[in-house]
Design a protein around this ligand. Structure first.
Ligand code: SF4
Length: 347
């Protein structure tokens, strides 16, 4: 494993800056219990956790914090798989089971926020891998991170599929009283069979929508990143309708569709999965993604238009943001559209 490549920028491309971890700072652990069976944790001590998104990126945020690398949610299509390769870790099953944990992330963040050089910019979390994945239940890094941001009244956003975020509900409510907090939950579809096979480590879509509902009940407006819309598997108009209807019923303040993209690293893993579970679709995918990592623009536009029409029909939109009691209107979660979503892991 190449720890000298474990830099904080690498989720946005292979970084050239200096190593952030000393080789002697790596501790490898496994834990008993069914939820951690087969998973290895690599504990590292970070020198920095505020990562600047490279200028070339088209992301709508400049700074990120990612306490984990790898993700036990194990979504087959996850774009972040590629970043495991920078550590010489496997981008397939290794991404799902070899989890890097920046165990000192809260202290380091607190120190960096206090620096005179820090300008108080918005900090996005969950943009590379899920900060509320299973590991967070044991390492409990997010409470310290949220508290540090709150104490500095520093605006932030979180994108997640993890219901574990509700553990930190009180902290989020407290944060929203002093700064802008944006929460988005990712729910691409409701189909239970598709969920079990393509997002095997995640909470069920309905449970994620319960998160949206609960946050709203506590005054925290929550958007939904409807991602990914999976061609030929979740894009039928009836499927889109049932998903948007459920998102609306959960009280989401916004819905942003994002069509599956298949960049290197994710593409191979997804294609193998497709061959096992839906072999009749392999040729159709080859044709749809013949030009590269993205579905054609006409297809992306069609899905976006359909979802936006449904959102209007079910009343999801800016008016919903007003439902939030204490929080300011939900910070648009990392929610770029179409091919601009090049850096999101399809959280
Ligand atoms: S898409 Fe998100 S939740 Fe799924 S494996 Fe990747 S980082 Fe984890």
């Amino acid at each position: 494993m190449r720890w000298d490549n474990l830099t904080d920028e690498s989720e946005h491309g292979r970084a050239a800056d200096a190593a952030l971890f000393g080789a002697d700072a790596v501790t490898t652990r496994t834990f008993d219990g069914p939820e951690f069976r087969g998973i290895t944790f690599h504990e590292v001590r970070a020198r920095s956790v505020l990562n600047r998104v490279p200028g070339a990126s088209r992301m709508p945020f400049e700074w990120t914090v990612n306490p984990y690398r790898g993700c036990t949610h194990a979504c087959v299509y996850c774009f972040a798989r590629k970043t495991h390769g920078y550590l010489d870790l496997d981008t397939g099953i290794g991404f799902d089971t070899q989890i890097v944990v920046k165990v000192n992330a809260p202290e380091v963040l607190r120190r960096q926020l206090a620096s005179r050089r820090w300008q108080g910019d918005h900090v996005a979390m969950g943009t590379n891998v899920d900060c509320y994945q299973r590991a967070e239940g044991r390492y409990r890094l997010m409470p310290g991170i949220i508290s540090a941001l709150t104490d500095h009244a520093n605006p932030f956003s979180i994108l997640t599929k993890g219901t574990l975020i509700l553990r930190d509900l009180e902290l989020l409510v407290r944060a929203a009283e002093v700064t802008d907090v944006g929460i988005s939950v990712s729910v691409g579809f409701l189909d239970a069979e598709l969920w079990r096979t393509v997002e095997p480590g995640t909470p069920a879509p309905e449970r994620r929508l319960d998160v949206v509902r609960t946050l709203g009940e506590h005054g925290i407006g929550c958007g939904v990143l409807m991602a990914p819309v999976i061609p030929f598997l979740s894009d039928h108009p009836d499927r889109l309708r049932e998903t948007v209807r459920a998102i609306a019923a959960a009280g989401a303040t916004s819905v942003t569709p994002l069509v599956l993209h298949l960049r290197p690293g994710a593409r191979e893993w997804f294609t193998a999965w497709l061959g096992r579970h839906h072999p009749h679709l392999v040729r159709r995918y080859e044709r749809l993604y013949a030009e590269g990592s993205y579905a054609p623009r006409w297809y992306q536009r069609r899905i976006t238009r359909q979802v936006h029409e449904l959102a209007r029909e079910y009343g999801i939109g800016p008016a919903r943001a007003g439902l939030a009691r204490r929080i300011r209107p939900a910070e648009p979660a990392p929610a770029p559209t179409g091919s601009e979503a090049v850096q999101l892991s399809l959280m």
